[in-house]
Design a protein around this ligand. Structure first.
Ligand code: MG
Length: 376
């Protein structure tokens, strides 16, 4: 998430941005490659007790199965759900195929994950004026080459394009023209605003904010007092202002996952369950991005809203597998300030292989804090 926009940037910059998003990506690849799975509820992920759904087919979603859901719950909702192990190598291959298609239209491609990207086609390599037309062509070409469907959103900035791509999903597209933006945002339910999660949406509803038009009533100072930097971001995007460029060279410095719980957690076993879940999910995300890193950080937000983070850096190993992640996450957990209940847990990996900070490795050699690593 980036919050570069400030209140000074009051003029919306008009560009032609497309957000492309593959439909139920991992699950669709599995259904494509195994005809026995077609038309059936499929979950990609581990079926075991501690497994997590990484992706669900549309047939499974009808039963309320969603990605990031514990597999046990998914099976409860859909007893005939078919679990399939993820094949990241295959997903990466398809991801490269679609990226090659994007690059025929514009060099300004910013991938968000294996199956999603922003494209700036304001000036494109084919000289096509209509971004809507380009999105149609790209989706057709993706289908011809991969037999997979994608959805697209088209508008003047990344934020609006992202919101738009969800509207006619699956296998559809939506353009929000500059003259429709105000009305579109006024009528947009608050939970649909990209970047607003369940908990934040609920906080807004408690304040009487249900739609974009309600959000517009709030002042920037009120929003920043209540939501920090994100508050300013909300203030801007609900006015159609989001000037962050499509950045083809964005270097990802951290990969993480965090969950805010609907109820604060006190029970130690519940905490362990959450750490297992977060470790699984983090492994998936690292694997999807083909990254591994030396530093693992645990973030805890307590019920009283105080926040605590603690990291561990390994000297001779990388965080990649869930077992190593979980083992260290638990160790970090045991060092926390002991307080009653927890409302958020997060795990992230930084210090990626190939991008390590040299100064840090020097420090690591000088301070043998702990045999297998050190903390800072
Ligand atoms: Mg997708």
């Amino acid at each position: 998430m980036d919050y570069q926009d400030t209140l000074e940037n009051k003029t919306p910059v008009h560009r032609k941005i497309i957000h492309i998003d593959m439909d139920a990506f991992y699950a669709s690849v599995e259904q494509r490659d195994n005809p026995a799975l077609r038309g059936k509820p499929v979950a990609v992920g581990g079926s075991k007790e501690r497994g997590v759904v990484a992706a669900a087919s549309y047939e499974a979603r009808k039963f309320g199965v969603k990605s990031a859901m514990p597999s046990v719950l998914a099976r409860k909702r859909c007893p005939h759900l078919i679990f399939v192990k993820p094949r990241f190598e295959e997903y990466k291959k398809v991801s490269q195929q679609i990226r090659d298609i994007f690059l025929e239209y514009t060099p300004l491609v910013e991938p968000l994950s294996l199956d999603e990207a922003y494209l700036d086609v304001t000036e494109n390599l084919k000289g096509i004026e209509s971004a809507n037309q380009i999105a149609k062509e790209i989706r057709q070409r993706i289908y011809d080459q991969t037999q997979l469907t994608a959805s697209a959103g088209i508008s003047i900035n990344k934020f609006l394009a992202k919101v738009a791509s969800n509207i006619n999903k699956p296998n559809g597209q939506k353009t929000i023209h500059p003259n429709q933006i105000d009305q579109f945002l006024n009528e947009l339910p608050i939970a649909k605003l990209h970047g607003i999660g369940k908990v934040t949406a609920q906080r807004f509803k408690d304040m009487g904010v249900f739609y974009g038009k309600d959000l517009k009533e709030l002042s920037p100072s009120f929003l920043s007092q209540n939501f920090g930097k994100s508050g300013i971001h909300y203030y801007n995007v609900v006015r159609g202002i989001h000037n962050s460029p499509v950045n083809p060279n964005r270097i990802r410095k951290s990969i993480g996952v965090e969950r805010t719980f609907s109820e604060n957690i006190i029970d130690q076993e519940d905490i362990l369950d959450k750490l297992v879940y977060l470790s699984n999910e983090l492994e998936n995300r690292l694997s999807a991005k083909d990254k591994e890193g030396r530093t693992l950080t645990l973030k805890i937000k307590y019920a009283d809203f105080t926040q605590y983070t603690r990291s561990i850096t390994l000297i001779d190993q990388y965080f990649k597998d869930k077992e190593l992640i979980l083992e260290n996450a638990q160790a970090l957990w045991h060092e926390r300030p002991k307080k009653e209940s927890v409302r958020l847990l997060g795990l992230s990996v930084t210090n990626f292989k190939g991008l390590e900070d040299d100064t840090q490795s020097v420090i690591q050699l000088e301070i043998p804090f702990k045999k297998e690593g050190f903390k800072y």
